[in-house]
Design a binder for this molecule. Structure first.
Ligand code: HEM
Length: 256
């Protein structure tokens, strides 16, 4: 059953209209076109730029915390913002329950991601060897993601003041309005707290710069590794014809 909220929707002024009405399309267009062009024209720059050889232990802990946290946030944002509200209503998931889930699950994932990000940032800034091999872009993107995590986590006390989910519904209506080309989409977020607005603008900016950073490795994460089948390398010790070496049979190795 559809749930009603008393929501106040402001009419977007020029700034809100520019940032939440037009900027999302610019950011998404640059994300898609830029990634395709980079993949096509500079395939050898398409990498995560690993610094694993240097200070491995700190990298492992920081990287696992950061990646698990960010992937959980990514999945939560995707499902939470883009699933039509009617589907949650049909499943009987109240807006309040969904808001609570975003706060608790998002909060835990956010804390994991920020702990990992701070470890990785510390490693990049204070290990002289890693600092020397890091580009400005490597450190900048980590600092931007850390700032985004701080802003995201700072929304939790604000969301906690709207446990009926009314604020969250505004973000869902906005995000879905953008993807369905609704002209008044920006109105839904025009009246929200500035911390939410800063989080949305920086999130869109991360989309915008995505193709120019090491974040592109997200699109080619080797997840197929998890399900790949082993293969067999068969080497022969038999001498090549004419090499004069004796024939010793074959050796088989299974590599996973
Ligand atoms: C355009 C991209 C993004 C949009 C539109 C967006 C939107 C939002 C919204 C609306 C909330 C509040 C959810 C609620 O409580 O109702 C939120 C929370 C949060 N966001 Fe984002 N976000 C974006 C990108 C990111 C990124 C890239 C990160 C991490 C690097 C992130 C991390 C968080 C965290 C940690 C929270 C608090 C926990 C939660 O509610 O999930 N966000 N975001």
């Amino acid at each position: 059953m559809a749930q009603e909220h008393v929501t106040t929707i402001a009419s977007a002024g020029w700034f809100d209209q520019a940032m939440f009405g037009y900027y999302p399309y610019i950011a998404l267009a640059v994300l898609v076109i830029g990634s395709v062009l980079r993949f096509d024209r500079e395939p050898y720059t398409w990498r995560s730029g690993s610094s694993q050889l240097l200070r491995r232990q700190q990298l492992m802990i920081g990287s696992v915390l950061f990646h698990v946290g960010v992937l959980a946030i990514f999945a939560g944002h995707f499902v939470g913002l883009l699933t039509p509200i009617q589907i949650f209503d049909a499943l009987g998931i109240s807006h309040g329950a969904k808001q609570m889930l975003a706060i608790v699950a998002g909060g835990i994932a956010g804390l994991m991601a920020i702990s990992g990000a701070l470890i990785l940032l510390h490693r990049r800034l204070f290990d002289p060897r890693i600092r020397a091999t890091s580009s400005f872009g490597d450190t900048a993107i980590l600092a931007i993601l850390t700032t985004q995590l701080v802003l995201g986590l700072s929304t939790i006390p604000l969301s906690s003041q709207h446990l009926d989910g009314s604020e969250m519904v505004k973000f869902m209506t906005w995000a879905q309005g953008i993807f369905t080309f609704q002209p008044g989409a920006a109105d839904h977020v025009a009246g929200v707290h500035w911390i939410f607005k800063a989080h949305l603008i920086l999130g869109l900016t991360i989309f915008l710069i995505f193709p120019f950073t090491r974040l592109v490795h997200m699109l080619s994460a080797p997840v197929w590794f998890l399900g790949r089948r082993g293969w067999q390398i068969v080497r022969t010790r038999r001498g090549l014809p004419g090499s004069g070496k004796p024939h010793h049979g074959t050796k088989q190795e299974t590599v996973r």
